[in-house]
Design a protein around this ligand. Structure first.
Ligand code: HEM
Length: 424
């Protein structure tokens, strides 16, 4: 019997909480895309998959590859942290993203109407007015942290509006949603775990309180109120546990993803100045530029599944009960699928085939709302601040496997050259 270690060096060292992965996940796993596209990570106790077609095949088969682990804590937490969560009656359970068939599809169908284009169109004037108002506040300053001054708050406001949640708790929600990300996809140290658990516990109770208030006015607009009304007809499909879990998870799903998505997009475009100038000159390129940014520098770096039977991924045998981390951001840079994948090409005709919204039965329900927000941000910024540039800075990220975007994005410009002053 061979005594050679079956785990390669790259696999042994793979650490999605380190700075290499945080700064550039596809570059960090380039070795894997090239030579070991499916590997077992002992540090994570996950199988990691990095090529486009393998990831797509997993997304396609949500029975062999169950999504039930999608919201599981990736770092098992200490007893002290678990006790804190229990003291808040924390009970995050199935929503949509982590629900198995057939329950998932029944629920998804029952709840999808508010995502239709006609319903989404209703939000567009509000998003544009918000973006204009926020840009007005800093356009004469010559310098801004776009994350703190706009990208974080506007998608939160839109998410709350879409869900039907009163938006008077925004600062608290920022703390809560980062805690949820760290709790679910991060690797907090034991002492941080307790603080995170308090924030997550408070988030859970807050979500329960909001839901109770919504139940008093179920006729109000909002996706959650729509769920409450649907529950009357389909109580087994839209359960109490679903509503409470979705009330909390939905805020993060609709908010952080989009806030990170636009921050990544603007960073990428300004780092590729010629492309930024191109879309400033030709705004009709913006919808495809959004897709290309989501492909090249998307806000979901990786997503999870668990096997329900022994199976094979790209020819590699994987046992039942194997936890899988699909590095979708790596699939988006797979040269077998995208020609010259490192190139930012806003005219690429297959950019929208990226995996950033997932694929198949669970593909992101909110993708068109996210796209609309990102397009409006780019239209307003390229129109009003075409001369802005990235300031000197180091980019930092909240260490976790999945939700990815810079914590700050400093830009600078000469206010005297603002088009609104030079061509009033
Ligand atoms: C599911 C990404 C914005 C609501 C997902 C999934 C991903 C994702 C990766 C899992 C897909 C799968 O398992 O195949 C993103 C990104 C966004 C974004 C990158 C922004 C750039 C939004 C918004 C909303 C939303 C704005 C709500 C308004 C949902 C829901 C699901 C989902 C409800 C579950 C769908 C299901 O399992 O049937 N999203 N999302 N997302 N997303 Fe998004």
């Amino acid at each position: 019997m061979s005594t050679a270690c079956p785990v390669s060096r790259g696999a042994a060292e793979f650490d999605p909480f380190g700075d290499g992965y945080q700064q550039d996940p596809p570059a960090y796993v380039e070795w894997s895309r090239e030579s070991e596209p499916v590997f077992y990570s002992p540090k994570l106790d996950y199988w990691v998959v990095t090529r486009y077609e393998d990831i797509k095949a997993i997304f396609r088969d949500n029975v062999t590859f169950s999504p039930s682990v999608a919201l599981e804590k990736i770092t098992p937490t200490s007893q002290a942290a678990n006790d804190v969560l229990a003291s808040y009656d924390y009970g995050m359970n199935r929503t949509l993203v982590n629900e198995d068939e057939p329950a998932h599809m029944e629920r998804r169908r029952a709840l999808m109407e508010p995502f239709s284009p006609e319903h989404l169109a209703h939000h567009e004037p509000m998003v544009r007015a918000l973006v204009r108002e926020y840009v007005d506040a800093f356009i004469d300053d010559g310098r801004a942290d776009l994350v703190n001054q706009m990208f974080w708050e506007i998608p939160l406001t839109v998410a709350l509006e879409f869900l039907g949640v009163p938006d008077d708790d925004k600062p608290k929600l920022r703390e809560y949603s980062v805690a949820h990300t760290v709790n679910t996809w991060g690797r907090p140290e034991p002492e941080e775990q307790v603080a995170v658990a308090h924030a997550v516990g408070n988030f859970w109770q807050y979500a329960g309180g909001v839901l109770e208030r919504m139940r008093e006015r179920p006729e109000d607009h909002g996706w959650m109120q729509y769920g409450i009304r649907t529950q009357r007809e389909l109580p087994e499909v839209v359960t109490d546990s679903y509503l409470h879990s979705m009330m909390m998870a939905g805020i993060v799903a609709a908010h952080e993803t989009t806030a990170n998505g636009i921050a990544n997009a603007v960073k990428l475009l300004l780092e590729n100045r010629a492309i930024w100038d191109q879309i400033c000159a030709e705004p009709s390129l913006i919808p495809n530029a959004v897709e290309e940014c989501l492909r090249h520098n998307g806000s979901q770096a990786a997503w999870r599944r668990i096997t329900t039977a022994p199976t094979r991924i790209g020819g590699v045998a994987v046992p039942e009960g194997a936890r899988i981390l699909m590095v979708s951001s790596s699939g988006n840079h797979d040269p077998r699928r995208f020609e010259d994948p490192e190139l930012v090409d806003v005219r690429r005709d297959d950019a929208a085939d990226h995996l950033t919204f997932g694929y198949g039965a669970h593909q992101c329900l909110g993708k068109n709302l996210a796209r609309m927000e990102m397009q409006i941000f780019l239209e307003e910024l390229t129109g009003r601040l075409p001369h802005m540039r990235l300031a000197e800075q180091d980019f930092t990220y909240v260490p976790n496997t999945s939700f990815r975007g810079p914590e700050h994005l400093w830009v600078e410009w000469d206010p005297a050259a603002n088009p609104e002053r030079t061509q009033p």
